[in-house]
Design a binder for this molecule. Sequence first.
Ligand code: MET
Length: 404
Amino acid sequence: MVHQKKRFETEIIHTGYDSLEEQGSLVPPLFQTSTFTFSSAQEGEQRFCGESNGYIYSRLGNPTVRILTERIAALEQGEAALAFGSGMAAVSGTLFHLTKTGDHILCSQGIYGCTFGLLQLMKEKHQITHDFLSMDKEDELRSAIRDNTACLYIETPINPTMRLIDLEMVVKVAKEYNVPVVVDNTFSSPYLQQPLTLGCDYVIHSATKYIGGHGDVIAGLVIGRHEELGKMAMSTQKDIGGIISPFDAWLLLRGLKTLPVRIDRHCDNAGKIAKMLKQHLAVKKMYFPGDLDFPQHELAQKQMKRPGGMISFEINGNKEDAQAFLNACKLIKIAVSLGDAETLIQHPATMTHAVVPEEERLKMGITDNLIRLSVGLEAWEDIWDDLKQALDLMTPENTAYEMK
Ligand code: MET
């Protein structure tokens, strides 16, 4: 199919698929098959040695997965994409692709707990070391890049503190040293932020979150240059095998179609909830890029189309108070993950970032009273009513302890 570039909201529905090539089926077919038959032994031989094009086996390629990867590559404005069985398979695939024993990875000061765990593993097994850096000053960044730095690994917004990294600045410095920049774009989705257009080299998504959007898939995506991803496919997919299932790719294609509509609604709801949260006495600090007092509000406006649907906040009190607050929520579900229709709330210190040692966790800004909220698609008034009744229990006259 000749691909003529259209606007984001159109590409997300049409790219990579022509219904007339599939008997008019409006929706891309689900090729739920492990293997593909050859018309002859010779054809099998030709496919294995690359002399003829065609599918062989779903670990090496699948038509439903191909539509997904072509579509996400177009949305992130990359040349190619790979789909993995989880966000962490996408992270580990990318980092294993970019590093060798003895290398160094420079990370944003704050990364998802399991990514932190992966870096520990890479250090123990392959002597691949890492450092964390706020990356808010050019000179500090220059001094932190070493001869053996294999890549910069960045989350922005950072899970769960919502701190941002100025990608334009980071790319400028990284290019001086010829170091690739990898960005986990999960919190924004390609609708709000497209790091490759700023010169970053790889974008990663936990597609489990906003891209799937319905809480029914675990998957990951990597977008980047054709040549590099081709090599990554040969190692991390052909040989290590962390691929997505065709059904999960099909579910992601289904979820993806409504991404712009969903994200706009997530953003609308989050903006309203943030305004209310900020005024509540039980809320000590709030971290939301759309808040005028958010220290990086200007950067958010420069780098992101809208501030997103994630809010973190500290409540007055300690870990037990934070847990009591979560327990008092009724409509809002206590769960990790994010980007679903349902509003989800979680306690990073004991859940998503529980594996990070306390000292490191505090350096990342994850205190015991920090709470992360993934604002869902419900009526914002109902989300707020639920938060308010739980927060009201935390005010001095009516403390969490009375609830217990
Ligand atoms: C297994 S814990 C977390 C899942 C997900 N990455 C989150 O941040 O919520």
